[in-house]
Write a protein that binds this ligand. Structure first.
Ligand SMILES: C[S@@+](CC[C@H](N)C(=O)[O-])C[C@H]1O[C@@H](n2cnc3c(N)ncnc32)[C@H](O)[C@@H]1O
Length: 320
């Protein structure tokens, strides 16, 4: 973690996809925030916690900063005063017994919007979910990465950004930066500290898909994200993929459908054939239809329940 000189203590709540709360809390801790997982996200506290979370978190979807707490009888007056500084829609009041808190949306546009996506593909996966699952699997960019069904490239691009140690919020602005009294020098020095951590990925990153349109879209997205030169993107059936040598992390989101049609069955069968050649790897399979895993060899060593948007999914982890 870069040396970031402390200035103000702030209390925040960062929201994430349900299931990723412990991953988010660990990530915030690595950003220098005292953090604790709570349902739907993580509570955090520390100097410049708002800016650190907004600029540095790949797992959070939104960040709120707590601006007031006190007895419920004072809540209306505190809210009225806050309205002179913030739009009503950004202010959230919470009551717990006789105590209440007020918090304000600090991130603005959702944090999963990294700014590179040319268009939403058929089965969009949030960038923050991809980042969180990669972290959950232990990916830090030091070992090889593979997504053999890359679609629009979300997972592979997120892996490349992790491998490059490129903080997600370097190129965008946040709601807190428009607040009265905001000190732009703090955010600027945080951005330059995080930017100084960037590096070239030390291990190979491979993405492939059997669909030519998906390969073109993933390539375009990787270019927009500035990671195309670090990613090998190939048109290939998963069964034909030649994984980088040695161990690595594979994260894949195979197609699934209500019925077990031939295309879906073929995809999972191909993935099973590839997994037989991934000895020593950690393989994460994200799916809304865990029953299809019967087409894969072996059993998952772990099942993590998560949500992508409103959809229930599971991440099945294999160690072939
Ligand atoms: C659910 S989508 C992946 C979406 C991707 N995670 C994203 O964020 O855009 C599944 C992908 O698997 C690809 N696919 C299906 N069968 C395949 C196979 N046998 N080999 C390789 N890719 C396959 C499809 O073309 C599709 O792009």
């Amino acid at each position: 973690m870069a040396d970031l000189s402390p200035s103000r203590n702030e209390r925040i709540f960062a929201a994430c996809a349900p299931g990723l709360e412990p991953v988010l809390a660990r990530e915030l801790s690595a950003l220098g925030i005292l953090a604790q997982a709570v349902p739907g996200g993580a509570d955090g506290e520390g100097p410049d916690a708002t800016a650190r979370a907004c600029i540095g978190s790949r797992v959070a979807d939104a960040v709120r900063v707590r601006v007031w707490e006190g007895p419920v009888r004072d809540l209306a007056e505190a809210r009225r005063r806050l309205l002179s500084r913030h739009p009503p829609g950004d202010i959230l009041a919470r009551r717990s017994g006789s105590q209440a808190t007020l918090s304000v949306d600090a991130s603005g546009d959702p944090l999963f919007k990294r700014g590179w996506r040319a268009r939403i593909g058929a089965a969009p996966l949030r960038e923050s979910l991809a980042g969180g699952l990669l972290r959950h699997l232990g990916y830090d960019g030091a070992t090889s990465f593979l997504d053999p069904m890359c679609g629009s490239g979300t997972i592979a691009i997120e892996a490349a950004l992790i491998a490059c140690r490129r903080a997600p919020g370097l190129g965008r602005s946040f709601a807190f930066e428009t607040w009265p009294g905001h000190d732009p020098a703090n955010a600027a020095s945080l951005r330059s500290s995080l930017a100084a951590e960037a590096r070239e990925p030390p291990a190979p990153l491979l993405a492939s898909d059997r669909n030519g349109g998906a390969v073109r879209l993933a390539t375009k997205n990787a270019e927009a994200a500035g990671v195309a030169r670090f990613l090998r993107i190939e048109r290939r059936d998963a069964a034909e993929v030649d994984p980088p040598s040695g161990a690595g992390i594979c994260l894949v989101n195979p197609p699934y459908g209500v019925r077990l049609d031939e295309e879906v069955k073929g995809a999972w069968t191909s993935l099973g054939l590839l997994m037989a050649r991934l000895a020593g790897w950690t393989v994460g399979v994200l799916t809304g239809s865990p029953g299809l895993a019967k087409l894969l060899p072996g059993s998952p060593v772990e099942t993590l329940h998560v949500r992508n948007g409103g959809l229930r999914c599971v991440l099945l982890t294999y160690r072939p």
